[in-house]
Design a protein around this ligand. Structure first.
Ligand code: UD1
Length: 356
């Protein structure tokens, strides 16, 4: 002991990945868990702490929603204070959100080595907030835990070779651990009016999609062209924008669409597993789908998860729902792609001072 690892989280996907990380590290190093407060609704935050039996956070910064610079700026100020007070020996950040960026910049400015989980992912679009967050975070990190071979290669191309570890994707450790059948899938499906294997699980939340009225209009207009039922849990950003662009009422009247609040991770896994397949713009959901042998049609022109695309588990369709001939037959992702990652991530993090 003696060493302290601060883990900065703040957005829905980070709470999910925190679970396997805590499980593997809690008895090896003192953990200081810091929640920035980027996500704050029950369905966006507390539900994951409940369902995954996560420990109480040590600090909740309560930052909330704001413009990017304001949000990141407020996080930096608060994080600097927490780091000064606790003097962690290293800081771990996960993914590519504003909380990831703030955690990395605050740690770098405080002279603390950083481990980045989900390092090396890249988009071709430099303007995406996630892309900005990834590039800066990777540049500043001493330990870069890459989920797959293409993320190692991306870092290589940028000249980042030191501290790079091919660890695998920590999300699969979580998925493998959870028993989605624990949600009594039959009664859940009954409650939602769904039949096993006959509905599509759909999500859309990315700013570059749902902040554009023409994208949302195309979605709402085209969803009824799909013959299967569509289960669509709505991210608050999406719901707010549907209302802002006067599209929400039309969507509630679409005969094959079942709308819902955001669902917890256990329900999400259970529903993906029971679905025909997935239509999404989320990185997490396409990996959940691949794990259960389901195909994802991605509402983007590209995916950062290149291996999944290569194996035919993810197919990018932009916004072309009407023009796509959906084929829900199985894909061929080899089982070893879903290998456990947290052991390797833990080893890399615990050796961070050697790399710094
Ligand atoms: C963020 C990440 C995105 C990630 C997503 C996962 C950034 C830049 N983006 O996007 O990469 O895929 O989280 O969900 O960090 N809101 C609520 N309640 C909440 C949280 C948000 O109502 O608990 C609403 C607010 O109106 C807010 C909007 O959603 O302005 C967007 O939230 P924000 O955290 O800024 O970005 P996300 O779209 O969630």
């Amino acid at each position: 002991m003696g060493e302290k690892l601060a883990v900065v989280v703040g957005a829905r996907p980070q709470f999910i990945k925190l679970a396997p990380l805590v499980e593997i590290l809690a008895d090896k190093i003192e953990l200081i868990i810091i929640h920035t407060g980027q996500h704050y609704d029950f369905e966006m935050s507390d539900i994951f702490f409940e369902q995954l039996a996560l420990p109480q956070v040590n600090y909740h910064l309560g930052i909330g929603s704001a413009g990017h610079a304001t949000q990141v700026g407020k996080m930096l100020v608060e994080l600097e204070g927490v780091f000064k007070k606790n003097m962690p020996s290293s800081v771990a950040v996960i993914g590519d959100t504003n909380s990831t960026l703030a955690g990395a910049v605050a740690a770098a400015k405080s002279g603390i080595p950083i481990a980045h989980i989900e390092a090396g992912l890249r988009s071709k679009n430099k303007r995406l907030p996630e892309q900005i967050n990834r590039i800066v975070t990777d540049r500043l990190s001493s330990v870069l835990c890459c989920p797959d071979q293409s993320s190692v290669q991306n870092l290589n191309v940028e000249g980042i070779t030191e501290g790079v570890h091919l660890t695998g994707d920590i999300l699969y450790d979580l998925i493998a651990k959870i028993d989605p059948d624990a949600v009594y899938i039959d009664s859940l499906l009954d409650k939602l009016g769904l039949t096993e294997g006959e509905f599509i699980f759909m999500t859309l939340h990315r700013a570059e999609n749902v902040d554009r009225p023409e994208f949302l209009k195309a979605m709402v207009g085209d969803m009824e062209s799909i013959s299967a039922k569509i289960f669509l849990p709505l991210h608050p950003r999406t719901e707010k924008n549907l209302k802002k662009f006067d599209l929400f009422d039309k969507l509630t009247h679409a005969s094959n669409v079942i709308l819902s609040k955001p669902v917890g991770i256990v329900e999400s896994l259970a529903l993906v597993k029971s679905s025909l397949g997935v239509i999404t713009d989320s990185g997490g959901i396409q990996r959940e789908a691949a794990f259960f042998g389901k195909k994802s049609y991605i509402l983007r022109d590209e995916t950062e998860w290149l291996e999944l695309e290569r194996y035919g588990a993810a197919v990018c369709i932009g916004s072309a729902i009407k023009e796509t001939k959906f084929d829900w037959s199985a894909h061929t992702v080899p089982a070893q792609y879903f290998r456990k990652a947290s052991q390797k991530i833990a080893e890399s993090i615990l050796n961070i001072n050697i790399t710094f």
